[in-house]
Design a protein around this ligand. Structure first.
Ligand SMILES: [Zn+2]
Length: 126
């Protein structure tokens, strides 16, 4: 009688996708998970004001968590594509749009969809 709203579905999906990428990067510790929860809470408010933004929530939560990790832990996720040079983080593209991907702006390549970073880093170049 009380079906899960599209907004809740988008928020659940965003949470699951970002957590999957944190697990892939082996940074899904308890306090990191709470950063995801904080980001989801903020974006719940945001998407309630602008329901049409529901498809954008995953990319936004990923960027929120990335920013929060930068302050506390450092760059995340590190680029798995570039073998040399300074370690650098991947960016989310589009910053505000559906179907977000992790991209390396240095190499100009799409690395993986948000939520699928494990597949991109698990069997990386040897
Ligand atoms: Zn790179």
């Amino acid at each position: 009688m009380d079906p899960i709203s599209p907004l809740e579905q988008a928020l659940h999906a965003a949470r699951a996708l970002v957590l999957a990428d944190l697990v892939a990067g082996q940074v899904a510790e308890a306090d990191v998970v709470s950063l995801v929860e904080d980001a989801v809470v903020r974006r719940r408010w945001w998407v309630e004001q602008w329901p049409d933004g529901a498809p954008f929530v995953a990319g936004l939560v990923a960027q929120d968590v990335q920013d929060a990790l930068l302050e506390r832990y450092g760059r995340w996720p590190l680029c798995p594509v570039c073998g040399s040079g300074d370690p650098h983080a991947l960016d989310v593209e589009p910053e505000l749009g559906p179907d977000p991907h992790w991209v390396c702006s240095a190499a100009g390549v799409k690395v993986a969809p948000v939520g699928s970073l494990g597949a991109a880093t698990g069997g990386g170049p040897s």
